[in-house]
Write a protein that binds this ligand. Structure first.
Ligand code: NOJ
Length: 531
């Protein structure tokens, strides 16, 4: 095992809060910072270590905060800087950490920089964004398309040029080739570091720089209307440009100047490209988000291969990480059955590396059903069927009206299952998903083999089965997962003859077990200490 001392972001578990949806303290139907503060006892009880807040900056909310109008303040919807400082102090008092979302690729079109930039062709801010003349036929400067659907260019009639936006037209892309842009953004990072923030999750890290010549992207073979807009083109020239790495190194150096802070990168790229964001000298992102579990089909052989490939490909010294759900993807308990979602949570929390949990997944919350008239996500409007509102519904605290989230009508409807799927009900149920997650987190924390131990696939195969070992200091843990609903018996004697079950996803089984004929019930995962 890796015997170097570990940092908090290696041993800890990250919990993503979508602030609009976590807890509304002021009764306006939208979550806020004071609401998060009210629920810190819960998060501490649950046993997570670091809270990552999706954007809380002033924003017109065209993309619900991912359109930032001021990088160094808090949107009044969420509170004020005072509330933020109070929240941060309370998080720290509890021994937890707080991470912010940093959105460097684009601003809001209401940001004063863009307002100035679009005012005339000559103004000093013009080049802070990416402006180009129309093609001779009046069309956009190249063929790039937006992640949300349609062209990535919008014509500004007043100045006669197009500006680039890889997302909504109200999210113009910054020009990171300009030193002034970098300096301004780094100032904003310093602002939050000085306040004591423990790190950043950097939005679309791999998109920050564009090809200097803005060459056309090749189309994705076989893509047809109705497929996801984000996969329409091979983003050869609009993403993952070599110059990006220098910027990530600069961000990392900035954070390193403050001690033990963490830099997490949101990066959707194939594995070999993703891993380059650790940096040639591990001097870029500490954790380039690994979204394989979000993307892959839930099949034992596929997941096992992905874990092995990832473990084998990680650069020496690079720390792994895993994600199961987030605010841009359908929740795990909607992608697969709830029973299998529990197996998936055991996988997430028992793999080597830092897990990121999405708020509400610990309850088995599912995607909400959002009637078309209540859809608010810009993606839903531009590309019907791809909206992300369903995975952003309010946290389900109890069985009272609005699930205890708010006194007012929530900004998105509460999930229909809230009368039973909620914190209060699950807390007192010894078999609930919440109880399982809490026990998994406690087990992970208490056993070095599970926190920092090595990973090895167990040479035990069988349909629907994935077994692996975590080891440290002579301690050996076997994680045995049944990805199917049928019971399976497997000979795991290659690992040992006997073990002790510490935890089952069914929460009804502990004690000595024979490994020569290890029995797994349908949808069962086990953590077994090898005697
Ligand atoms: C990625 C974020 O996770 C997503 O929610 C957002 O819409 C885009 N970046 C644009 O900021």
């Amino acid at each position: 095992m890796d015997s170097a001392p570990h940092q908090w972001w290696q041993t800890g578990v990250v919990y993503q809060i979508y602030p609009r949806s976590f807890m509304d303290a002021n009764g306006d139907g939208t979550g806020d910072l004071a609401g998060i503060q009210k629920r810190l006892d819960y998060l501490q009880w649950l046993g997570v270590d670091a809270l990552w807040l999706s954007p809380i900056y002033p924003s017109p909310m065209a993309d619900f905060g991912y359109d930032v109008a001021n990088y160094v303040d808090v949107d009044p919807l969420f509170g004020h800087l005072d509330d933020f400082d109070r929240l941060l102090a309370e998080v720290h008092r509890r021994g937890m950490r707080l991470l912010l979302d940093f959105v460097p690729n684009h601003t809001s079109d209401q940001h004063p920089w863009f307002v100035a930039s679009r005012a005339s062709r000559e103004n000093p801010w013009r080049d802070w964004y990416i402006w180009r003349d129309p093609m001779p036929n009046g069309g956009p400067p190249n063929n790039w398309t937006s992640f949300f659907g349609g062209d990535a260019w919008t014509l500004d009639p007043a100045t006669g040029q197009y500006y680039l936006h890889l997302f909504d037209s109200r999210q113009p892309d910054l020009n990171w080739r300009r030193p002034e842009v970098r300096a301004a953004m780094y100032d904003a990072m310093h602002f939050w570091m000085e306040r004591g923030v423990d790190g950043f999750r950097v939005d679309v890290m791999w998109l920050m720089v564009k090809d200097a010549q803005l060459r056309d992207n090749p189309p994705t073979p076989g893509w047809k209307l109705g497929d996801s807009p984000g996969t329409r083109q091979i983003m050869r020239y609009s993403a993952d440009q070599p110059e990006t790495h220098q910027i990530v190194r600069e961000m990392r150096a900035l954070l390193d100047g403050y001690g033990e802070r963490v830099l997490i990168g949101e990066i959707y790229l194939p594995l070999p490209r993703l891993l380059t964001y650790y940096g040639d000298h591990l001097d870029e992102a500490h954790l380039p988000f690994n979204f394989q579990l979000v993307r892959l089909p839930w099949q034992a052989a596929v997941v096992r291969q992905a874990v092995e490939d990832y473990e084998a490909a990680l650069p020496p010294g690079a720390w792994p990480n895993w994600v199961l759900s987030n605010h841009d993807n359908s929740r795990i308990a909607s992608r697969i059955s709830l029973a299998q979602a529990r197996v998936a949570q055991m996988l997430l929390l028992m793999l080597r590396g830092t897990p990121t949990c999405y708020y509400g997944d610990e309850l088995g919350m599912r995607d909400g059903a959002i009637p078309p008239e209540l859809e608010v996500d810009p993606l839903a409007k531009l590309s019907p069927g791809y909206g992300r509102d369903p995975e952003r519904t309010p946290m389900q605290w109890d069985a009272s009206p609005n699930a205890g989230f708010s006194r007012a009508t929530p900004w998105l409807p509460v999930g229909e299952d809230y009368p039973t799927v909620n914190v209060e009900a699950e807390r007192s149920d010894p078999r609930s998903t919440l109880t399982l997650i809490r026990q998994l987190l406690a087990l992970r924390r208490s056993l070095p083999a599970l926190t920092v131990g090595s990973y090895r696939t167990a040479s035990v195969t069988g349909d629907d089965l994935f077994l692996y070992l975590r080891e440290a200091d002579g301690q050996r843990m076997l994680v045995a997962l049944n990805f199917g609903s049928a019971p399976r018996t497997v000979d795991a004697s290659a690992v040992g003859s006997q073990g002790t079950v510490l935890l089952s996803t069914h929460l009804d089984r502990e004690g000595v077990t024979d490994l020569t004929g290890l029995e797994l019930r349908g949808d069962e995962g086990l953590v077994i200490q090898i005697d």
